[in-house]
Design a protein around this ligand. Structure first.
Ligand SMILES: Nc1ncnc2c1ncn2[C@@H]1O[C@H](COP(=O)(O)OP(=O)(O)OP(=O)(O)O)[C@@H](O)[C@H]1O
Ligand SMILES: [Mg+2]
Length: 507
């Protein structure tokens, strides 16, 4: 690893309308290293990288690239300097094709006519292929799932041949297999001398990919360490400043009757084919599978977003027809989608409104909103999930990514549904709050809720589920009990390999 500072941020200070996000944070990136940047939700990670990419103005401190002071940074300037970033939420042009998005992102000078558009497009598509992404270059970006969009964004940055590549939670919604592909690409880039800043809340993956790690807490740099010299416990301690157990053991709860039963369910539009599944009161079913296996699509079908055209859904033993989300909600189903920027929080509304938005009807007394009750509920969730904000009256746009996730989650939890479908419930959420969300899920199950949880994180699926349904190609291949599920068995099933799963049963 060449040991000179490719990018150096010194004593960076940044405030947003009264909130001091960075209080003199420093960071140093070498060429040819993967440098992880970690910290609790709201610690200032995204703000620091937005300063590097010129997306926000700095209040104080200096930024150096190759030993040169970067002055008057702007997104365009940073791109010209060779600093590329993939943000926490994909930012593609939905009405352009995958190929166009990739080629457009690679354009550095804004002069479309003078560059080898086709060459770059071909190279980026090649990268997409190298990454093992099964995505058509002709597909419209807006029609891709969130993880697919993320893969396109990564290919786009790779194609830009950046010197510094910044990734803000690139694997937040990527299942195991895709993550491994991404890591392979990251290592190749590192070996070519690219400096990579890698933000993630998945601590277990840092050991696999990072050379060094810098910890931010409350807008300050706490420490930079060699990854091989720190263990998980130490990292958590550096992040939160105290001891913390980050694993919440799943409680056994008394299970009740079957609440949700799905029989031979198909939705041609969603690509869902002949799905059978039951969920009992008090049960947490994990839905595992690769990107494109139909997990989110199944959730959308149950919730009436892409209604079923064949088969049956039964709720509490009675057949129901769910043609729209409104009907699903009437039947006591709540769905927390994975793409929480588009469907999750209303950025302009206060946090308190956001939390009570879905349970509003219940709060309306004599036709008027019960503001006191609204505030009580909001404050309760903000405290339980440790949403970092000075006030629940602030707009949701002032929250960090992870804290927005917590608000989106709170909104649906506040409706106290009979059936709760969670798509990547702890995506982008820090270790402490994650354990809190897991605890909350157990409490809800203990109260008789039936929970269907989609998660790409193997430890979460294995740790939280009573049973695990593995999806492949739009259908549920097999449902495993907690005791029969091993990581290897889940993976080979997810790859569509029923026989392989049986062959790998312990002798
Ligand atoms: N546009 C904004 N207006 C007001 N405050 C903001 C704004 N953006 C961020 N903040 C605040 O700055 C602090 C740092 O936020 P930042 O997004 O950098 O955190 P983060 O470390 O990336 O967290 P996460 O892990 O949740 O993504 C937070 O307290 C956040 O509420
Ligand atoms: Mg962030």
């Amino acid at each position: 690893m060449p040991e000179y500072a490719l990018l150096k941020a010194c004593n960076i200070i940044k405030s947003y309308a009264g909130v001091q996000a960075l209080k003199g944070a420093s960071f140093e990136l070498h060429a040819g290293e993967v440098h992880a940047l970690i910290g609790e939700n709201g610690a200032g990670k995204s703000t620091l990288i937005k300063i590097m990419t010129g997306a926000v103005d700095v209040d104080g401190g200096d930024l150096f690239l190759d030993g040169q002071l970067v002055v008057a940074n702007s997104p365009q300037h940073a791109r010209q300097l060779g600093i590329a970033a993939i943000y926490q939420q994909p930012a593609l042009f939905p009405e352009l094709s995958v190929a166009e998005n990739i080629a457009f992102g690679i354009e550095r000078k804004g002069l479309w006519s003078r560059i080898d558009w086709h060459g770059r497009r071909d190279r980026a598509i090649e990268l997409l292929k190298q990454m093992g992404a099964r995505i058509s270059p002709e597909a419209l970006a807006g029609e891709l799932s969130m993880p697919e969009q993320q893969l396109v964004e990564i290919a786009r940055s790779l194609g830009a041949e950046a010197k510094v590549l910044i990734m803000d939670e690139p694997t937040a919604s990527l299942p195991e297999q895709d993550t491994q592909n991404l890591f392979r690409v990251i290592r190749e880039l590192r070996d070519r001398g690219v400096g990579i800043i890698y933000i993630s809340h998945r601590l277990e993956e840092l050991a696999l990919i990072a050379d060094r790690v810098t910890v931010l807490r409350d807008g300050q740099t706490i420490d930079t360490r060699l990854m091989k010299d720190v263990d998980r416990g130490e990292l958590i301690h550096l992040m939160v400043g105290r001891e913390l157990s980050d694993v919440f053991p799943k409680r056994e709860v008394q299970m009740g009757d079957v609440v949700l039963e799905i029989r031979n369910l198909s939705s041609r539009r969603a690509g869902i084919n002949n799905v059978n599944l039951t969920v009992r009161a008090g049960e947490i079913i994990g839905l595992a599978g690769l990107v494109g296996s139909g997990r989110t699509e199944l959730a959308r079908t149950i919730f009436g977003l892409t209604p079923a055209d064949e088969g049956e859904i039964r709720i509490n033993g009675r057949p129901v027809v769910i043609g729209s989300p409104a009907e699903a909600i009437r039947h006591g189903i709540a769905y927390v989608p994975e793409d929480r920027r588009r469907h999750g929080v209303v950025l302009d509304l206060p946090i308190s409104h956001n939390i009570t938005l879905a349970s509003l009807n219940g709060l309306a007394k004599f036709g008027a909103l019960d503001f006191k009750r609204e505030r009580e509920i909001a404050v309760d969730f903000v405290n339980r999930l440790e949403v970092k904000t000075p006030s629940t009256y602030k707009p949701a746009s002032t929250l960090s990514g992870g804290n927005q996730q917590k608000v989106a989650l709170s909104r649906w939890l506040a409706t106290e549904p009979g059936i709760l479908i969670l798509d990547e419930p702890t995506q982008g959420i820090d270790v402490g709050a994650k354990a809190e969300i897991h605890k909350l899920m157990c409490d809800l199950a203990a109260g008789g809720m039936a929970i269907l949880m989609i998660s790409s994180e193997m430890p979460e699926v294995m740790g939280m589920s009573d049973r695990i349904a593995v999806m492949h190609d739009g259908t549920v291949l097999e449902v495993l009990s907690r005791s029969e599920a091993t990581q290897q068995k889940l993976l080979s099933l997810a790859l569509g390999d029923n026989l392989g799963a049986q062959a790998s049963l312990p002798a």
